[in-house]
Design a protein around this ligand. Structure first.
Ligand code: ZN
Ligand code: ZN
Length: 353
């Protein structure tokens, strides 16, 4: 498997972001990313700029809706009208274009410091057909964590990583609840805008693109290297995201190069996102480079419940029950990697891959 690291949920100056797409691509290159996905609000204006810019694959989707139910639509070619009150209409419209879609920052609460707690949450859950959920949104969760001005100044100037402690717990719980029933894909979003803050003598950009591109990213697992041709590369990225062949990585904690997750039914190996036949010899393996020796803890989550917590660089776990498994890796206490699920199913529960 080839790891391809990139950032999803980025706003350019086609909506309320502060930079052009080429400037954003340069920031992604500086941060060492292979791809970046632009999602401007209710706009596909950047679509003609899709392609490789400074060796970075730039793809363009859209974040649809206004007051609530923000939905990241990827792989679409025609703009979809917002429908705040009936998000199922938006989900269906994305699917009709064979696109894929992710619920964005569903449990956002807002901050008293920013537009008086204005927030954009997701309240309607009687929905179907969405590809996945953004369980970790860097900017949204940072803002949610800033409750007053002294705290805001402290976090803005002295400790920009302060309020961030991993995925949003409510989003992750909702993700676990749904993914116990069906395939669901977890992504992280930066929600990068590079907002310029001007308040009195305070002059600050919250946060520059390059800063965010070094925080929480999505590592895709491809069967072949990322193509240099736009059409092929786009398909590789979107197929990996559609089937959950990816994991979320907090690059502040460590580089994921060399980290390998595999599942086995005793006969052959499977990757993240796949359906694995549940057998007497079913297992999960985690292999991490030895440079992390003595610092790692692996949490094994089964149908949303913590099954085990294991230290070490190389871990093998016997799987004794069918169900949905995902893995979390911590370096010391820092959240590092959150994988998409692997689905162990008996022949009676297998619904195809
Ligand atoms: Zn949003
Ligand atoms: Zn956004």
């Amino acid at each position: 498997m080839y790891q391809v690291l990139g950032n999803i949920h980025v706003h350019s100056n086609y909506s309320d972001g502060n930079s052009t797409i080429p400037e954003i691509a340069r920031a992604a290159k500086a941060a060492g990313l292979a791809y970046v996905i632009i999602t401007d609000h209710n706009s596909l204006e950047g679509l003609p700029e899709e392609g490789f810019i400074d060796d970075v694959l730039v793809l363009v989707g859209s974040e649809i809706n206004n007051a609530k139910h923000h939905y990241l639509a990827l792989g679409i070619t025609a703009e979809i009208p917002p429908n705040d009150s009936d998000p199922q209409q938006v989900i269906d419209a994305v699917n009709r274009q064979n696109g894929l879609g992710f619920i964005a920052h569903p449990y956002e609460i807002g901050s008293p410091l920013v537009f008086n707690k204005q927030h954009f949450c997701w309240s309607k859950w009687e929905i179907s057909g969405f590809t996945g959920m953004e369980v970790w949104n860097w900017c949204s969760q940072w803002r949610d964590g800033v409750r007053n001005l002294p705290q805001g100044l402290y976090y803005a100037y002295l400790n920009p990583y302060g309020p961030i402690s991993g995925p949003c717990p409510q989003s992750l719980a909702r993700f676990d609840q749904i993914s116990a029933q069906r395939r669901l894909v977890a992504i992280a979003g930066s929600d990068a805008h590079a907002w310029p803050i001007r308040r009195g003598i305070i002059r600050r950009t919250i946060f520059p693109y390059e800063f965010l591109f070094r925080t929480v990213n999505n590592c895709l697992l491809l069967e072949s290297p990322l193509s240099g041709k736009l059409t092929e590369a786009k398909q590789q990225v979107y197929e990996a995201l559609r089937f959950g062949r990816s994991f979320i990585v907090n690059c502040r904690a460590g580089n994921p190069a060399g980290v390998i997750f595999t599942a086995s039914d005793g006969q052959r190996e499977y990757a993240i996102g796949q359906v694995v036949p549940f057998t007497d010899n079913a297992s999960l393996q985690i292999n991490c480079p030895h440079e992390f020796s003595g610092r790692l803890r692996h949490r094994i989550i089964h149908n949303g419940k913590l099954l085990d917590e294991i230290p070490g660089c190389n871990v093998s776990i016997k799987v004794t029950q069918p169900g949905t498994y995902r893995l979390e890796v911590y370096i010391h206490k820092k959240p590092w990697i959150f994988t998409n699920p692997i689905y162990f199913q008996t022949s009676s529960t297998q619904g195809g891959d």
